[in-house]
Design a protein around this ligand. Structure first.
Ligand SMILES: Cc1ncc(COP(=O)(O)O)c(C=O)c1O
Length: 387
């Protein structure tokens, strides 16, 4: 059997840098106690890593106050905290058709069960939303705009700065789902006019699953939707209002924080731009290798300038899942097939009718040789369909 080729980095990055595995193991063995709960030295030292990681990530987003960097389980968790904590009955929210279900579903639940009004901005044939479409939907009761920074399906990076400018002019809070982009491209919340950014640890930040978070700009308030232990001021009957406690509940995933810490350090050591350039070089090679293959359809891949390293395609006449199975069984290549938790993207591309599409997600450890093998594999499958 050929060597395993992992092209499912859009789902999660794999493998992680060696430093992530070794740091997590060493940290948990030496410092695996509950931070912020007691005053003994080890507990304080464990807490230091948590606070240092808050600082690192705050700087990553060009935030000002590390206490406003709150940890969650993943970006779905962070998005639920903000969507449910910022909207109430009678409010209006705007989102887009490029979103992941971690935005679509919490919003839809509020629309369906809690009297929140909802509008969707559609993306164009190249995979981008038009910032000018947003103010047309603004209403007096618009209380939140949520937009996906980089698409997990077609890889396009949305014009966040321009959308944010419109939101800021009207004083409407603006949140971005940066699950795919954090760690791949710079996210400066000041420059991008963003109020809340949500991230997940296990994708491009190269950490483990079960850790994510959000940064909330000063002046933006999010209501509690949960309550529980914080380790401090235990006699107060309500959950604490001050950040980060406001959005953190119960014992933190410190093993996850440790992995995230090591992941961010690795990115800083390698240089985020270098990693992105490597991934985009491979994505371009893949796109170029597939674009003229008879029987292969690529989606929104003509211009890769505002793109992350994700490529969506189908082999005509094959259901996506069958292409995925052949890639796995015959070529030992892992990819993702189906609707990728973003059903409205497929509805717009009309790929919902054929049960979705095939996604290659390229990561920092993929090589040119692997991309050559993937191109040849797709060519052979397309050829086999004709004969
Ligand atoms: C754009 C986008 N948003 C949100 C998520 C949810 O991430 P998680 O499952 O880590 O919460 C994903 C994961 O695929 C994603 O790609």
């Amino acid at each position: 059997m050929d060597k395993f080729i992992f092209l499912d980095n859009g789902a999660t990055s794999f493998p992680k840098p060696e430093e992530v595995y070794t740091f997590m193991d060493a940290f948990y063995r030496k410092f695996g106690v509950n931070p912020g709960r007691s005053g003994y030295d080890l507990c304080m030292e464990t807490g230091e890593l948590v606070e240092n990681t808050r600082k690192m990530l705050t700087e990553f987003f060009n935030g000002k106050d590390p206490n406003r960097l709150c940890f969650s389980y993943n970006s779905t968790d962070a998005l639920n905290l903000i969507i449910n904590g910022m909207l109430k009955k009678g409010d209006h929210a705007i989102t887009t058709t490029i979103e992941h279900n971690s935005v679509l579903r919490p919003l839809y639940h509020l629309y369906k069960f809690n009297g929140v009004e909802l509008d969707y901005i559609r993306f164009d044939s190249k995979g981008f939303v038009d910032p000018d479409d947003f103010p047309k939907k603004f209403k007096k009761n618009t209380k939140l705009v949520v937009v996906n920074h980089a698409s997990n399906v077609i890889g396009t990076i949305q014009p966040i700065k321009e959308i944010g400018k419109y939101c800021r002019e009207r004083g409407i809070p603006f949140a971005i789902d940066a699950s795919q982009s954090t760690g791949k491209i710079p996210i400066d919340i000041e420059e991008l006019n963003v109020d809340v950014v949500t991230f997940t640890g296990h994708k491009s930040l190269l950490g483990p699953t079960g850790i994510g978070g959000l940064y909330v700009r000063e002046g933006i308030e999010i209501k509690h939707t949960r309550a529980g232990g914080t380790g401090v001021r235990s006699a107060i009957k309500t959950h604490l209002y001050e950040y980060p406690y406001r959005l953190e509940y119960g014992t933190l995933n410190i093993m996850g924080v440790a992995g995230l810490h090591a992941g961010v350090k690795w990115i800083q050591k390698k240089g985020m731009e270098n990693i992105h350039n490597h991934e985009m070089k491979l994505t371009t090679k893949l796109r170029d290798g597939l674009k003229d293959v008879e029987g292969v359809t690529l989606y929104c891949q003509d211009d890769l300038r505002n793109h992350i390293s994700i490529l969506l395609f189908n082999i005509n006449g094959f259901e996506a899942i069958n292409t995925g199975t052949i890639l796995d069984v015959d070529y030992n290549i892992a990819c993702r097939t189906g609707l990728h938790c973003a059903p409205l993207v497929h509805e717009q591309l009309a790929t919902d009718k054929i049960h979705g599409a095939v996604r290659f997600g390229i990561g920092p450890f993929n090589t040119e040789e692997q991309i050559n093998i993937a191109i040849e594999a797709v060519k052979e499958i397309a050829q086999s369909r004709k004969t």
